[in-house]
Ligand binder design. Structure first.
Ligand code: ADP
Length: 431
């Protein structure tokens, strides 16, 4: 393989530096490294981390991204030991992408031949009604994930590619599938069913599945500890506000409702997705504006949301535009906040009693304006944000409500890779 071209100012990391991790390269100590793979149609994101030692905000031991698989020129970016390495060459398929990534990791002292990987965790987008829990991957599990392709035609095939390739390259290590939908399996029928003709819905798997489940579960599991209450006593709302965004209502550790639906297009306004719209808009655009179904899919998934209204989807840019008094940016922000507040209200009623509201993901963890505006003026509902706590720079789990707020408000950093790694190692140890 070609020698990797390192990025400007970066020197290949001395092997000993990366190898100074306990349990790596023969250094004594017990390591529990997991490889986490998130395979898309033309990309693979991966991390190697020790889920027993890592925190949500700690850097993984290794992280990487394979991009432009199947295009004339591909690219692998690897971060390890504080250094960044870039390899550019054609990557015909996922198998070659993973093989090249492993070679690159090995060259820098942090690959599967040097680091003992205990388990491989695979993010799988759609588990349908078949999967409520992570599963050790067998041929039968792969077949079941394949059966779900009609529900996630873009995502599940790529996830299966990643699983098959990784199982071939690392055949002696347990592989675990963690489903984005799994946490929402517990939703009661009243929340999971749409009022769509029952026969058509059943024949076509039309129901609410929910997504971002790994994140909502991971974040919500930390809240009882912050409250000093047992999980079964806690009713909570979690707000995963990243580029994709979703809210979840959780009672005693079980999800009872969520904003994403049969697909991740539903619910909150997102970076580029519309969130909930009148479904009649789709018929109108098809019949009257002459748009094809693929055009409308692209419109609602990639050209709508905050970006569709303002031109940008990154909240840092949106804030800068608002400060420059850009009217479109201001309007986009208000539409986003309005929809978010509506769902917070809906979930307070759905739960009846709420102990905590928690913000997470890129926007939720970092944008104090969004947090303040989402909960402004709700003192009558027992929600009182503390402006100083909300504005204080901090990247750990923290309370941002006042001491006398009946509903506690938290920021809890999410880390889906860490959650997947924990499951992978946990299931591998049980085997
Ligand atoms: P993804 O959904 O892609 O996993 P993330 O959870 O990483 O996304 O969130 C990415 C988004 O977080 C960015 O598009 C940006 O809008 C927002 N974001 C990241 N950092 C900040 C920040 N410091 N202030 C405001 N927004 C931020």
């Amino acid at each position: 393989m070609n020698a990797p071209s390192t990025t400007p100012n970066s020197q290949p990391t001395p092997e000993a530096e990366v190898a100074g991790v306990p349990g790596v390269n023969g250094v004594p100590g017990e390591s529990h490294f997991a490889l986490v793979l998130n395979s898309g149609s033309s990309s693979i994101k991966f991390q190697v981390l020790d889920p027993l030692a890592a925190t949500a905000t700690s850097e993984p031991f290794v992280s990487g991204l394979v991009e432009q698989i199947g295009e004339p020129m591909g690219r692998i970016t690897l971060k390890a030991g504080g250094e960044k390495y870039v390899l550019e060459e054609p990557i015909p398929d996922h198998a070659e992408g993973l093989r090249l990534s492993f070679d690159l990791m090995d060259q820098h002292g942090c690959g599967p031949t040097q680091v003992k990987i205990q388990a491989v965790g695979h993010r799988v987008v759609h588990g349908g009604i078949l999967f409520s829990q992570p599963e050790i991957i067998t041929d039968q599990i792969v077949d079941m994930i394949r059966d779900l392709i009609p529900l996630a035609p873009l995502h599940n095939p790529a996830n299966i590619d990643g699983i098959e390739v990784a199982r071939r390259i690392l055949p002696d290590i347990p592989h675990v599938a963690v489903f984005d939908t799994g946490f929402f399996h517990s939703m009661p029928p009243a929340a999971a069913l749409y009022a769509v003709n029952a026969e058509v819905a059943m024949q076509n798997g039309v129901r609410r599945y929910g997504f971002h489940g790994t994140s909502h579960e991971y974040v919500s599991q930390q809240v009882p500890g912050l409250l000093g209450l047992p999980e079964r006593a806690v009713n909570q709302i979690t707000l995963h506000l990243g580029n994709g965004a979703s809210a979840a209502a959780i009672r005693g550790g079980e999800a009872v409702d969520t904003t994403m639906g049969m697909t991740p297009l539903a619910g909150l306004v997102m970076g580029t997705r519309s969130g909930d719209i009148d479904p009649g808009i789709i018929f109108h655009l098809y019949r009257t504006a002459g748009m094809s179904i693929d055009d409308i899919d692209e419109l609602l998934n990639r050209k709508s949301g905050v970006k569709g209204l303002s031109g940008v989807n990154d909240f840092r840019e949106l804030r800068a535009m608002i400060e420059d008094e850009d009217q479109d940016a201001w309007l986009a922000y208000n539409v986003y906040i309005h929809q978010l507040r509506k769902f917070i209200g809906a979930y307070m009623i759905a739960l009846g009693r709420v102990n905590a509201i928690t913000f997470t993901a890129g926007v939720g963890e970092n944008d104090r304006f969004v947090r303040a505006d989402a909960l402004a003026g709700l003192e009558a509902f027992g929600i009182k944000l503390d402006p100083e706590r909300n504005a204080a720079p901090n990247d750990g789990p923290r309370e941002i409500s006042t001491d006398d707020s009946a509903v506690k408000v938290f920021v809890v950093p999410t880390n889906e890779e860490l959650a997947i790694a924990k499951y992978a190692v946990e299931l591998a140890e049980k085997q």
